[in-house]
Design a protein around this ligand. Structure first.
Ligand code: LMR
Length: 398
């Protein structure tokens, strides 16, 4: 039965981690996958998360089922974090939020609902470049996928004009995938001045915005990073948001996130929510409770919340510091053309290194980044940053 199957191609991100784990060189550095590490090179267990984990261990719950829509206190807390507790869309009940398997699961739920219930022929377009899995996921959900212009290599910036022109040319109904902040892979984000005109364009052309908010808190702050979402809601758009606690609670394996559908009114939201829950039931029945319990407890307990917000600030500041340290070390090593590193935001830097240079970095220096040139700033630390800079300097000079 399975004889005709070829092996699947390697995943460009997770395969690198496999290669890294097999590498026995002590100098090795994994700048591939988007995972935050502390200055000791370890994925942190946040204090706020640990406290709730301990409470749960002291007073354990039975492993019962969550509802198909997930845990409602989590849904409410996740929605308030994204839209603002006192915001109009939350107060009017016009956001349908259900728990998802992190950001990826949220994307899948939205993609599935839209295609099966709204527009079975809609294509999806995403920035060029985007997180590679965006295309795979939407294709898997049955979409034709394409791109809009985004990264301008010569200008080392966003091609805003090209982006708007390509979105304007998209056929009505097209899902337009947008990164709320910390653009993956480039690190270049639209400024607040673009959100209003973009919302207008999306509405005028009858497009379906889908905002990926995987890195809330890693660019400028928890509130600021939700700015595009809040601007679109204020502009009266209907759209999806995929949000995640993988990064900002460092709960990568917790698979905790939410899909939010911003609707016209509360009645519409209730119907959408029931459809999303039905989708969950058909795909995997219901979500796991541990991560949702941890996230909801942190978000709703004032002390835990304050502690967590400080931890997010610490992670964000450390990444910014590492950008500055990498740039300084590169300049010291004679690399003069990478000043953009400190203008980019979030976990990633699109380094501009070629595929060959990235392969040399990996094979000769044991520094792992994506072939596209993406390197993870959140995996740099005070002990590896100079080594990474010297390795980049060596391959970049040729
Ligand atoms: C990444 O882009 O490295 C992360 O979002 C992890 C993943 O799932 O690919």
């Amino acid at each position: 039965i399975f004889a005709s199957l070829d092996a699947a191609p390697n995943d460009p991100i997770f395969h690198l981690t496999d290669l890294f784990n097999q590498d026995t060189d002590p100098r090795k550095v994994n700048l591939g996958v988007g995972v935050y590490q502390d200055d000791n090179g370890r994925v942190p267990l946040l204090k706020s998360v640990e406290k709730v984990q301990k409470q749960m261990a002291d007073d354990p719950d039975p492993w019962t089922y969550l509802p198909m829509r997930g845990w409602e206190p989590f849904n409410e807390a996740a929605q308030e974090l994204v839209f603002g507790a006192d915001s109009e869309p939350v107060a009017s009940g016009r956001v349908a939020t259900i728990q998802s398997l992190s950001g990826t699961g949220a994307l899948l739920l939205g993609a599935d609902l839209y295609r099966h219930q709204i527009d079975s022929d809609a294509p999806m377009i995403a920035s060029d470049p985007t997180w590679a899995n965006h295309h795979s996921l939407f294709r898997y959900a049955g979409y034709r996928t394409g791109s809009y212009r985004y990264y301008d290599a010569d200008a080392q910036d966003i091609d805003v004009e090209g982006m708007f022109a390509d979105i304007r040319a998209a056929e009505p109904g097209t899902v337009v995938l947008l990164h709320a902040c910390c653009h993956n892979p480039t690190g270049y984000d639209l400024g607040p001045e673009h959100w209003g005109p973009l919302a207008e364009l999306l509405a005028e052309r009858g497009l379906m915005p889908f905002i990926d908010l995987a890195y809330e808190g890693f660019s400028r702050g928890l509130v600021e990073d939700a700015g595009m979402v809040r601007a679109f809601a204020a502009a009266g758009l209907s759209f999806f948001v995929a949000s995640s606690f993988s990064k900002n609670m460092a709960m990568y394996g917790g698979r905790t996130g939410a899909i939010h559908a911003v609707c016209a009114d509360a009645d519409e939201a209730a119907r959408v929510k029931s459809q999303l829950a039905r989708t969950v039931r058909s795909l995997y029945s219901n979500a796991p409770f541990q991560g949702a319990t941890i996230a909801a407890t942190i978000l709703t307990d004032p002390d835990l919340r304050a502690g967590w917000e400080e931890e997010v600030t610490t992670m964000r500041t450390r990444i910014t510091d590492m950008r500055a340290a990498l740039l300084a070390a590169l300049v010291a090593a004679g690399v003069e053309d990478m000043g953009f590193i400190t203008r980019q935001a979030g976990m990633f830097s699109f380094s501009g290194l070629s595929r060959d240079e990235m392969i040399r970095l990996r094979e000769e220096y044991h520094v792992y980044g994506l072939d596209t040139g993406r390197i993870c700033m959140a995996a740099l630390n005070s002990r590896n940053v100079e080594y990474v800079a010297s390795a980049i300097a060596a391959v970049h000079r040729g």
